[in-house]
Design a binder for this molecule. Sequence first.
Ligand SMILES: *Cc1c(COP(=O)(O)O)cnc(C)c1O
Length: 228
Amino acid sequence: MVGENLKTVMKDLGDGVRLVAVSKYHPVEELQEAYDAGQRIFGESQVKELTAKESVLPKDIEWHFIGHLQTNKVKYIAPFVSLIHAVDTVRLLREIDRQGAKVMRRISCLLQVHVAQEETKFGFTPDELYAMLDEGEWRQMEHVQIAGIMCMATNTDDNEQIRREFHLVRRIFDEVKETYFVGDNGFCELSMGMSHDYLIAMEEGSTLIRVGSKIFGDRDYSQKPGVS
Ligand SMILES: *Cc1c(COP(=O)(O)O)cnc(C)c1O
């Protein structure tokens, strides 16, 4: 079933859009099924769960951390993580730089922008984002590559609201690229879109969609951390 669901989502992928299969709370057997169907990018939101799965699954998987990352846990994923999607403070960026130096890697990160009308308040507001980029400490971080922007839209059935939010973030992405990342081809990713809104996200310019339940079904939170 996982393989079939995956193929359905893959058929929807637009040009230049990559799929992050969000496998949080699902057991490794289901990730292996997706792997066998050709999927190589997986997204997890808990550090323990990610490191446990990474240690048993094939080494050519690209692991993305998509959740809220605590500063004191960066060290556990720094050796192997391919992309950290939701950097929401300079302090976190600084720690990723520090841990990247220790393992001699330049770690790719996305800056999370908060535009949704939501309880969860993670992410820079657009004003905070520009202030952080103007301040410029990030320019000295040799072990961090700021690779783009990530966002979550409001969890609503109002597709026009979702579209407005994605559209706004796309404009922010373009402006940040033109203002701060001229000539830096590493700034190229716009991570937006989940199971219920990825079609809208792609229309608004997403390059990475993060799809979980549409591939793996409902999450069983009692099974945490999903490694048997
Ligand atoms: C869980 C999660 C997703 C996937 O959500 P689905 O609705 O299951 O597709 C995407 N992005 C983030 C940040 C998540 O935490």
